[in-house]
Design a protein. Sequence first.
Length: 292
Amino acid sequence: MLCTGVSIREHGFGCDHLGVLLSLLYRLVRSLLSLLVMLVRSDVSKDVELLVLRQENRVLRRRLGGRPRWDHGDRLWFAALSRLVPRWRWAGIFPVTPATILRWHRDLGARKWTFADRRRPGRPRTGAAIRTLILRMARENPTWGHRRIQGELTRLGYAIAASTVWEILHAAGIDPAPRRAGPAWRQFLAAQAHAIIACDFLVVETVLLKRLYVLVFIEHGTRRLHLAGVTAHPTGAWAVQQARNLAMDLADRIGKLRFVIHDRDPIFTAAFDEVFKADGLRAPGLCRGRRG
């Protein structure tokens, strides 16, 4: 079939376009055949080819000299391939050190999780009237801590955080948590370390910059760490199940513990505390922030 100028104008398709399509089809078929050949080849042949490529890479480095420049695509590719090779072999395979690959991964995570869309202007300064009221309550009631003062302000209709009350008292030279008859928080932790187990979430970034949350428990007395679970979407029900699994794993050893402490993360629900209360542990309010 001959391609004439008339046919090109009528059909909008000419010999040049057909040639491009045939060329792309040829390259695709050739790539598929190369892949099939690679799959059926012996391991010895593959290892020989890798050794040849490594030697060629060394020669090119000596010829070019200086320090090569890696773009973002190169860095992402090396970081992804590093998961397929044992770490002790990185130095002999990759053109960069293991520390460099890890640093690239940290930089990628830092550039992604900037939380720029969540940034908002800072909260307004606490009014002078409220500051004066807080200082007056603290001076007239020396035994009140910052949490007690925050509770009294809430009753009066002032919505203010306990941390703000703490900062105001601290700036005025007033102890935000005056000592009472009981031990201080530091003393309590030191005295009850053998009976305390604490929990919190760690954040891990994968090679593809997917954020995973790791729930860990640590026994203060023995410093033994328990990996409870890993998930991309932690929920209260998930945390409760991990607490049940931990209680089963500890078995008889859980009887030696008395307190479980954690922060005010809403994932740690009342049902989470009930799992440990069933085994005789307590979740004291002192463990959820500064003492008031």
